[in-house]
Design a protein around this ligand. Structure first.
Ligand SMILES: Cc1cc2nc3c(=O)[nH]c(=O)nc-3n(C[C@H](O)[C@H](O)[C@H](O)COP(=O)(O)OP(=O)(O)OC[C@H]3O[C@@H](n4cnc5c(N)ncnc54)[C@H](O)[C@@H]3O)c2cc1C
Ligand SMILES: *[C@@H]1O[C@H](CO)[C@@H](O)[C@H](O)[C@H]1NC(C)=O
Length: 485
């Protein structure tokens, strides 16, 4: 009988060995960070504060805002929006712990300059619900790729319970909601359904635009970082060594280390097939009356992990509804060139299409219908579900197969580091993420993330299976936009 082939090595590339902390690191004379969303900005902040990098010049380049080139990041960046959920409620222990670490920073509100002050953070509580899935035997281990929304909520509850075991304050702020009535009562909007869930009063949401601005100001205040407004058209390289970036206006920014923190756009600059893909997610915003705002003031964030629909408590009479789903693919030939130069540049990849590149962009009917379904179930105020959206948006994730970030040196190019693959859940880590990315840059990636954040052996098609996604996989934006009813 033929012997079965030995399994492929878990860490196929030398730079990703879990023992990589043995590798010595000497800081390069210059670092160019492409992208000023929270991945890029937090990296710049961490590097600028480390003595090790005191002699290193740090530059951040971003498309920025065409109407205001001094503002970073670009207005269509995923890091710019009215709100983002801040939670430690994860089915995965490592992210739960990192979320808890970030929450300590978000909760700082005593001084106006603290991250959580001035309305940047609201601890409204987070209600997680899902429909019953297949019955599980107690203790049964469910593969991440087989997780249903209910498996996700149950694992998240278990992780939050274990965080609460060493944290009496948290223990007093979490509560199981065993049935429809318990869910309805805490939600307080009159809506419910969903058979089981829990509330974590220690979670909440952040004003993403204001928080990203806070971080931008922190980075500027270090006096160590130069900001450049421009679009990177291609990476400069000499053989297998990346030496900088060329902008669309012909300028060249040279650096010994280039960090790509270009979010969903990253596949336009480096071949990410099998690693990450851009998926578009729907968002809708509605105006409320003052009376409706009052009624909903104390609602928690509600996230339904069976269909991915979620609603954030309204502020200033604006209510936001969104869907954390498999999303839309947008096959297109990017306007930028990607490495390796052997990967055919004319081959389409999923690439973001936003209101900046197409001001007339709206959301597909399928998505709008789903957002209205969320309103009907979760916030059934009279007339609300049929009210016109004042604004809609398609916001882009850099999705990986497992929902893990991609934070690693490129396996083939020297001088190229990738910090993306946010998979639609990176924002909450803003205050701690840059330190972890800087650890990975200096070959000291946190052990619990070494495998998760590494460059993976090739996988074919990317559908994010981490138990948290709703909707149908594989929808394309153009097809769905073509189906207007
Ligand atoms: C609808 C939606 C809801 C979300 N909800 C949550 C949530 O509730 N909680 C949570 O924690 N996270 C959430 N997220 C995820 C979170 O917003 C992202 O993980 C995070 O903002 C990603 O940051 P980033 O820096 O990787 O990307 P981005 O913020 O998109 O930044 C990338 C930057 O790169 C720049 N760039 C790209 N290409 C180029 C180029 N060629 N040249 C120059 N500049 C370039 C862009 O202009 C942009 O500014 C959500 C995301 C979306 C879309
Ligand atoms: C969650 O989504 C499922 C599937 O769409 C639905 O049956 C259930 O009612 C939803 N729960 C809430 C609380 O909206």
């Amino acid at each position: 009988m033929a012997r079965s082939p030995s399994p492929p090595p878990l860490f196929p590339f030398a730079s990703q060995q879990p023992t990589s902390s043995h590798e010595t690191f000497s800081p390069p004379p210059s670092i160019l960070i492409v992208g000023s969303g929270i991945f890029g900005l937090s990296t710049a902040w961490a590097l600028a504060r480390r003595d090790l990098f005191a002699k290193c010049t740090i530059t951040v380049v971003d498309r920025s805002d065409p109407l205001n080139p001094d503002a970073f990041p670009a207005p269509d960046a995923a890091s710019v929006d009215t709100s983002r959920i801040v939670r430690a409620d994860y089915a995965d222990k490592a992210y739960a712990a990192l979320g808890a670490e970030a929450q300590l920073q978000w909760r700082k509100q005593a001084k106006p300059t603290d991250l959580g002050a001035q309305g940047r953070y609201h601890e409204s509580g987070l209600l997680l619900v899902a429909d019953p899935g297949p019955v599980r035997i107690p203790g049964e281990i469910v593969a991440k790729s087989d997780m249903t929304g209910m498996d996700y909520v149950r694992s998240s509850w278990a992780n939050v319970l274990s965080l609460a075991a060493d944290n009496p304050d948290l223990a007093g702020r979490i509560r199981e909601l065993p049935d429809v009535d318990a869910i309805r009562e805490r939600l307080g909007t009159g809506g419910s359904s969903g058979s089981w869930g829990y509330i974590n009063e220690g979670s909440g949401w952040a004003d993403a635009t204001a928080s990203t601005k806070w971080l931008f100001d922190k980075v500027k205040a270090t006096g160590r970082v130069t900001f450049v407004s421009g679009t990177v058209a291609s990476l400069e390289h000499s053989g297998a060594t990346v030496t900088g970036a060329k902008l669309s206006d012909g300028r060249i920014l040279s650096a010994e280390l280039v960090v790509l923190a270009t979010g969903a756009w990253t596949g336009g600059l480096v071949d990410l097939s099998g690693q990450a893909t851009a998926t578009g997610q729907v968002l809708g915003y509605l105006d409320l009356t003052e009376a409706e705002q009052q009624l909903l003031n104390d609602m928690p964030v509600i996230l339904n992990l069976t269909n991915g629909l979620f609603i954030i408590p309204p502020r200033n009479r604006v209510l936001k509804i969104a869907r954390h789903s498999y999303g839309y693919l947008n096959p297109a030939v990017p306007p930028t060139a990607r490495l390796p130069s052997t990967s055919p540049a004319s081959q389409p990849i999923s690439y973001p299409l936003t209101h900046l590149s197409d001001p007339s962009l709206s959301i597909p009917q399928e998505g709008a219908d789903d957002l209205r379904r969320a309103l009907r179930e979760m916030v059934p105020l009279p007339g609300l579900a049929d009210r016109a959206f004042t604004k809609t948006r398609i916001c882009w994730y850099s999705d990986t197969p497992t929902g893990d970030f991609l934070i690693t040196y490129h396996p083939q190019y020297n001088g190229l580091f990738i910090a993306t693959g946010d998979s639609g859940h990176g924002f909450k880590f803003m205050p701690v993420l840059g330190e972890k990315i800087a650890d990975c840059i200096t070959h000291s990636c946190p052990l619990e993330f070494v495998g998760k954040w590494s460059w993976k052996p090739d996988t074919e098609l990317i559908i994010t299976e981490d138990g948290s996604r709703g909707g149908k996989p594989g929808l394309t934006l153009a097809n769905e936009l073509g189906k207007e009813s």
